[in-house]
Design a protein around this ligand. Structure first.
Ligand code: 6PG
Length: 223
């Protein structure tokens, strides 16, 4: 496992605190922030929206996504819709919002990422199977060439539906800070496996700095 793990009682609050701190210590005028999908992300963004009113000027934030389902933007399974409903519609206009759209293909998104060099913060969740973003166990994107930052992908097990677009490990690694948020007892086994060195997709995430925020239900028993 790469990074530092913190077991926290208020995961959304700690997530918001760390994003705000990263924003306030940003090195450039514009702050680049890549959103995750999932229910944990939704609660984190609702809290970030509530806690950032006096601390983040969203007009100096460029918003990206770490992965997306290949569905219409108004589909209930859309990560873009999740980010808009739980965060962007609550904080007002951001400087720029760059949804992933499968129709345009991964290369267009890769070019956009190439323009900024590094993302300031990438938010990631983890599934019970140890996937992160849309990097699923035994899926093709796990073996993407190092120069490929964005890829189309699918879950070969069928557990996670829809074709996907996702940052690759290379795409994720071009970030100053990765924040994992892992909540709920259903994640404990995968987290223990990652911590014990098993080669799950989440285990392979590396960046300048990786922080794992874990609630008590997901934390290993002796955690
Ligand atoms: C996705 C997410 C995915 C998610 C995890 C955790 O598009 O499905 O990016 O990687 O973060 O599956 O999701 P939950 O928080 O809902 O458990």
């Amino acid at each position: 496992m790469n990074g530092e793990l913190f077991v926290v009682d208020d995961l959304p609050g700690e997530f918001a605190r760390r994003v705000i701190a990263a924003y306030q210590s940003r090195r450039t005028d514009l702050f680049s922030f890549a959103l995750s999908g999932g229910s944990t992300a939704r609660s984190c963004y609702e809290r970030l929206a509530a806690d950032s009113t006096d601390s983040i000027d969203w007009l100096s934030v460029n918003v990206y996504w770490g992965d997306e389902r290949c569905v219409p933007a108004d589909d209930p399974d859309s990560n873009q819709l999740l980010g808009r409903q739980s965060l962007l519609e609550r904080v007002g206009a951001a400087n720029a919002v760059y949804p992933m759209t499968c129709d345009e293909g991964p290369d267009a998104y890769q070019l956009r990422l190439g323009e900024i060099g590094k993302l300031d913060v990438v938010h990631l969740g983890m599934g019970p199977d140890g996937h992160t973003a849309s990097l699923f166990p035994d899926s093709p994107a796990l073996e993407a060439d190092p120069g490929q930052l964005v890829a189309l992908n699918e879950d070969p097990s069928g557990r996670n539906k829809h074709p996907r677009m996702t940052l690759t490990f290379s795409g994720i690694s071009r970030s100053r800070l990765v924040i994992f948020t892992v909540a709920g007892a259903s994640k404990r086994a995968a987290l223990e496996a990652v911590m014990s060195g098993e080669d799950l997709p989440a285990s392979r995430v590396a960046a300048d700095h990786v922080v794992w925020l874990v609630d008590r239900e997901a934390a290993p028993v002796d955690g």
